[in-house]
Write a protein that binds this ligand. Structure first.
Ligand code: ZN
Length: 663
């Protein structure tokens, strides 16, 4: 087969980029391969070309799938490669169609999300296909040392072992970020595999870091830069809330910016993705979970609004800028306080021996679903996922599908799981964070050189174009106006299915404003601050036209009835006190340990009389998990209420997960 001719005829490219031909030739010769090379080097072409030559089905396991619709079309129309995807952002019918096409041999490349492998039935389906090539995209995710390790990726090694029984199957791992430890771990899991590593330099990328104090200064900086920069930017934030806040602030100042995170409905994600690719936004504020799926080669800047958890994460994310090879920026805003949120992430991911014993005990009693385990254990949800995956991996638990629901079943294996890897892992993550902090602080000199050295480029020179090399002096920033905006900004309360529309809360507990403290302090004493009442009325007016204020039944908010009356009078509508507890919840929500417990604590316990039809304003003092508001909306819907149910609370708090109390 003449690969050059194939590249021209079928793919329309005049020549291979460095490394591509070598990788393809080695795959075709039957070798398994791990390619470590920076983004923008055309990694996908390696499996696209190979798939045409090999025939059969190429299976691509990728965390980016939710957003791959466009690429699927592209493969089909431009290269004549029939492709489909199976992932949770598609509906059942779409996934079913993709399965049928793959089973009947009408698909050449099948993309699946790693979570698909976590289900025994779906895994069996995939191994039954006529596979010739299995591609592990973002292969660093299979390493416990990787910065965004996902338990579902564990299943990949199992799949690879199963398909290797056939000589016809090749394995290709792809990643843009694997330091030597991660490389070794991937090699161990996918062994035997040959490693091809290329230089991690990105000569078109200019890096810089900026010291700021507080979110107000970050917002001010972003507003200023977006006003000056050409082209499209990606703004990475540490939390979903921050993406919304950043997008809202900038949009109010006339920039075309949207928030983008995993919590958005699939339809909204699709529309946003399309509009973003189309250049309708100047910037998108995203969490790293979704940001990695943004496939736009002409991004001119990537900004870390919050400090990333490690150098590898930083390199990976910043590498999304300038994949077209033209000049691009990678900027990092550094507030030393950001360290805390990353430490919290590290802490929540680290399970203890007690967590293992608790979950294994529950599973040994009887087969359990994941959601039961979260509710019964009260552990942080991430930890439950990690521990269960580990118990499966070590043979203490197996997964079984019963009536389309997945259960975890004890195997009765004696002994205790081996946990030293978690101790090592936490230590590695803390070291990673420390290096990240040193980079952010500018202590390390050349920024590109620091990134490259951390990623295993032993002979990296200084770049001559970054903030470290050029010594750019800090610019004064005035964050006062943005800080005032933050203090005044009502926060969003997410809606829930068709039961409850999205609403608002006046204060966000995480900002600990004096007004929030005063409210929480006086909540049980029947005081209500006139300024708070005034703001509640103003925010209620922005939420719509209501037919009644519906207060939630409360035991502890002494001023609740008075606030409901005031609000109703100001809006010229009645108070409809139609909600009551049919059965009192057994515990106060604040004393429970996670949101699964909070939902179970209130579910099915509220009763309602029929309210007036039309849009209702649900009023409560504060929302944490929103489980009580959802329960109220459910009760109102159950008695046949017609219209929207929109929540308004004075405060929104963040419950700790895995421990009682407010974050
Ligand atoms: Zn430099």
């Amino acid at each position: 087969m003449d690969l050059d001719q194939l590249l021209i005829d079928r793919f329309g490219f005049p020549a291979f980029r460095p490394g591509q031909r070598e990788a393809i030739t080695s795959l075709l010769a039957g070798e398994d391969l791990l390619c470590i090379q920076p983004t923008g080097h055309g990694k996908s072409l390696i499996y696209q070309v190979s798939s045409v030559v090999l025939g059969g089905v190429t299976l691509v396991i990728s965390p980016l799938l939710a957003l791959m619709r466009d690429q699927l079309d592209h493969l089909e129309r431009r290269f004549g490669i029939p492709a489909a995807s199976i992932n949770s952002d598609q509906d059942d019918a779409e996934n079913e169609r993709a399965r049928a096409l793959a089973a009947s041999g009408h698909i050449q490349i099948l993309f699946v999300a790693p979570e698909q492998l976590d289900n025994v039935e779906r895994l069996a389906f995939l191994t039954s296909l006529d596979l010739r090539l299995v591609v592990v995209d973002e292969a660093h995710c299979i390493s416990t040392w990787g910065h965004d390790f996902r338990p579902a990726y564990r299943e990949i090694a199992r799949l690879v072992a199963a398909v290797r029984e056939s000589d016809a199957v090749r394995v290709l791992g792809l990643t843009a970020t694997a330091d030597s430890r991660t490389e070794e771990d991937i090699r161990g899991q996918l062994a035997p595999i040959r490693v091809m590593r290329r230089s991690m330099d990105r000569p078109n990328l200019a890096l810089a870091t900026h010291r700021v104090h507080g979110m107000g200064e970050k917002l001010a900086w972003l507003h200023d830069r977006l006003g000056r920069w050409e082209g499209v930017s990606l703004l990475y934030c540490a939390t979903r809330d921050n993406t919304e806040m950043v997008a809202e602030y900038l949009a109010e100042r006339g920039h075309r910016v949207a928030a983008y995170h995993a919590g958005l409905p699939p339809d909204r994600k699709r529309t946003l993705q399309a509009a973003f690719l189309d250049g309708q936004y100047a910037a998108i504020a995203a969490t790293n979970a979704l940001g990695m799926g943004i496939d736009k080669s002409d991004l001119r800047a990537v900004v870390h609004v919050d400090v990333p958890g490690s150098i590898t994460a930083c390199y990976q994310e910043v590498g999304r800028a300038g994949r077209d090879g033209l000049p691009a920026r990678g900027e990092l805003l550094w507030d030393p306080d950001d360290r805390r949120i990353q430490e919290y992430f590290i802490h929540s991911a680290r399970p203890s021996r007690g967590d293992f014993e608790k979950l294994q005990g529950l599973i040994d009693q009887e087969p359990r679903r994941l959601t039961d385990l979260k509710r019964l254990s009260g552990l942080h949800p991430t930890r439950v996922t990690v521990v269960v995956a580990e118990l499966v991996e070590q043979g203490f638990v197996v997964k079984e599908a019963r009536k389309r629901t997945q259960y975890y079943v004890g195997t009765g294996r004696p002994g205790a799981p081996e946990l030293t890897r978690y101790e090592r892992q936490e230590q590695v993550r803390r070291e990673g964070l420390a290096r990240m902090m040193a980079y952010a602080d500018g202590q390390t000199g050349c920024l590109m050189q620091t990134l490259r050295q951390c990623l295993g480029d032993d002979h990296a020179d200084t770049c001559g174009r970054c903030g470290g090399c050029l010594g750019v002096p800090p610019e004064p920033l005035d964050g006062a106006q943005a800080s005032a905006w933050l203090a005044e900004r009502p926060v969003a309360l997410a809606g829930y299915r068709r039961d409850m529309a999205a609403g608002r809360a006046l204060f966000d507990s995480s900002r600990r404003s004096p007004a929030f403290r005063a409210f929480m302090g006086g909540r049980t004493q029947g005081r209500s601050d006139p300024a708070v009442l005034e703001r509640l009325v103003a925010v209620a007016r922005t939420l719509g036209d209501f037919v009644a204020v519906v207060p939630l039944p409360t035991g502890s908010w002494a001023a609740g009835p008075q606030v409901a009356d005031h609000l109703a009078r100001a809006l010229g509508i009645p108070v409809a006190s139609v909600l009551a507890w049919g059965a009192q919840p057994e515990a106060r929500q604040g004393t429970l340990l996670n949101n699964d417990q909070r939902r179970a604590n209130v579910a099915g316990r509220m009763v309602a009389e029929h309210p007036p039809d039309g849009d209702l304003l649900l009023l409560d003092d504060y929302a944490g998990s929103s489980a009580t508001l959802r329960e109220a909306a459910r009760a109102l819907k159950a008695v046949g209420h017609q219209g929207a149910r929109i929540p308004l609370t004075v405060a929104r708090v963040r419950w700790r997960l895995g421990r009682p109390g407010i974050v």
